[in-house]
Design a protein around this ligand. Sequence first.
Ligand SMILES: Cc1cc2nc3c(=O)[nH]c(=O)nc-3n(C[C@H](O)[C@H](O)[C@H](O)COP(=O)(O)OP(=O)(O)OC[C@H]3O[C@@H](n4cnc5c(N)ncnc54)[C@H](O)[C@@H]3O)c2cc1C
Length: 376
Amino acid sequence: MSRRINRRDFLRGATATSLLLMSARLPHTFASERRFAPVNVSRDRVIREVVGLRPYRASGFVVDAEKFGNKLLVHNYGHGGGGVTLSWGTASLAIDLARNFVATKRARRFAVLGCGVSGLSVARLLQRYFQNGPGTVTIYAKALPPDTTSNIAGAWWSPTSVYEPDMVDTKFDDQFLRACQISNRAFQLLVGPEYGVRWIQTYELMRNEMSVERELAGGNALYPAVAIHRDPARYFGFPVVRESTTMLIEPSIYLSALLRDFYIAGGRVVVKEFRNRREIARLPETVVFNCTGLGARALFDDEELIPVRGQLEILLPQPEIDYCYLSSAYMFPRRDGIVLGGTWDHDDWSLLPNAEQANQILETHTSIMKSLKSVD
Ligand SMILES: Cc1cc2nc3c(=O)[nH]c(=O)nc-3n(C[C@H](O)[C@H](O)[C@H](O)COP(=O)(O)OP(=O)(O)OC[C@H]3O[C@@H](n4cnc5c(N)ncnc54)[C@H](O)[C@@H]3O)c2cc1C
């Protein structure tokens, strides 16, 4: 993902790039001894096919506040293909927008619309900052985990497919970078089996040198242990491979853990679908956070918000796979299955798996694995 670059970013990027190039010139180090267990890609190992709709806005997510009668309405939606990644960051920025109102109006009750990763993160932070007994925060949502888009996410920590670089303004740029930093830090503190978050090496498989000059999404500083490999015989048959380390999140474990924490802290959940703003105006809470993902399009007339459809083929788990890779397609090894993805269909609302795309995904990954096996 590229984005508008200012001078500071340029210098940071240039330094990082020279470091990368230097490391690429080093003689073989321990990294070249890396062995990759192959993913067994075959149709008869597919355990499920899923489709999700990324809530995408070309000009980026909305984190903004507006007066709404006697209430404050704070929006936090439209995170595209990076909603899990950005969740703690945008939740924190959204809550900052409400602080003055909360202090001056002495608000004591909060409503959160939506129970995906955005709503749950806002709800947990509200409990941490403003807890004043059970019922401080109520989540209202049409669907709960495991039936949210957040459960479908590949949930690799990287803020990619979030916006169109030419479409964003500096306000968004600042929010984006800040959200990345806050969120990265917050996820680090949740690493472990309880929240289903772990560090993992990732390999970006590239056809040419130009791609390697691109900064990693959210800034190179957020990715430790970057190395460039120009050794196709060892690295998936690709001429240039960028290795970095980031986090992988298991949505089923993670979202259940957040919901559990929310209940333990006295949170309330009401299953309810809102059809218009009038229904929101009738809520008893004076501060309302809109975390309805793609639902915000109809509820708040945001026509820029569109679905970017993604289909995933999930294979039987292989605990020995300890790396991710991305090319035109991606592979994330999770406990609940090996996630194979690689489709981004703009403005496509279909939730049905498509057989042709399934074949395409399986073929792409089969071919990557062939190159890997021919190495041994
Ligand atoms: C195939 C795929 C792969 C992805 N991979 C990644 C990845 O690797 N990393 C990453 O960070 N992100 C990834 N994403 C993106 C991520 O899933 C989304 O950005 C994120 O889930 C958005 O979360 P959310 O809480 O805003 O929305 P949702 O999870 O959609 O939650 C919205 C909530 O609002 C409720 N709601 C909606 N409308 C209404 C209404 N009218 N009334 C009441 N309730 C309502 C819903 O029921 C739900 O509870 C991926 C997405 C897909 C589809």
